[in-house]
Design a protein around this ligand. Structure first.
Ligand code: S3P
Length: 174
């Protein structure tokens, strides 16, 4: 990470369906850096799926699990960290991220997001999209319009494959 001294992790933030998890897997493989995913961390630590956590403990408890997982994974160095789409909502988390590394926001236009999340929401990690996923995406996008603005860099993935995004980031990091 020449010229980027002092920042030691690469943190991917962005709305659901922007490809954070897939891109993090690819980057981890090509850079040889270990990969962490806050959703997976929360599920592992709580012993519950994200949907179960939302249903049984409520969103704010899920956010507490998420904040703890985020702070812990960012205490390491040279890690690729994929975050849940709502991890940026708490100021405390944004602060931990700013201290923990380079933050890259993945974005995509509404149509691409709807296409991706409706194709892949069978895994139960997105209770916020339950019901009319299209309407939920539209309304959450509106609420979170500026939520990712604090990132150091932004990549619009609407017309890029996860491999293209990973490639871009890899070249940037070299
Ligand atoms: C959420 C996004 C999900 C997961 C949870 C809440 C959000 O992660 O953390 O369902 O608030 O945007 P992905 O962005 O990986 O889907």
């Amino acid at each position: 990470m020449s010229g980027n001294a002092g920042k030691s992790n690469l943190i991917l933030v962005g709305f659901m369906g922007t490809g954070k998890s897939t891109v993090s897997r690819m980057l981890s493989e090509s850079l040889g850096w270990p990969r962490f995913d806050t959703d997976e961390e929360v599920e592992r630590r709580s012993g519950k799926t994200i949907s179960e956590l939302f249903a049984e403990e409520g969103e704010s408890s899920f956010r507490d699990w998420e904040s703890r997982a985020l702070a812990d994974v960012l205490s390491g160095t040279n890690r690729i960290v994929a975050t849940g789409g709502g991890a940026v909502l708490r100021e405390e988390n944004r602060r931990v991220m700013r201290l923990g590394g380079w933050i890259v926001a993945l974005t995509a236009d509404k149509e691409s997001l709807i296409r991706r999340v409706t194709a892949g929401n069978a895994d139960g990690t997105r209770p916020l999209l339950a019901g009319d996923a299209e309407a939920r995406v539209a309304s959450l996008l509106e609420t979170r319009k500026h939520a990712y603005d604090f990132a150091h860099a932004v990549i619009d993935t609407s017309r890029l494959s996860p491999a293209d995004v990973a490639d871009l980031l890899q070249r940037w990091l070299r």
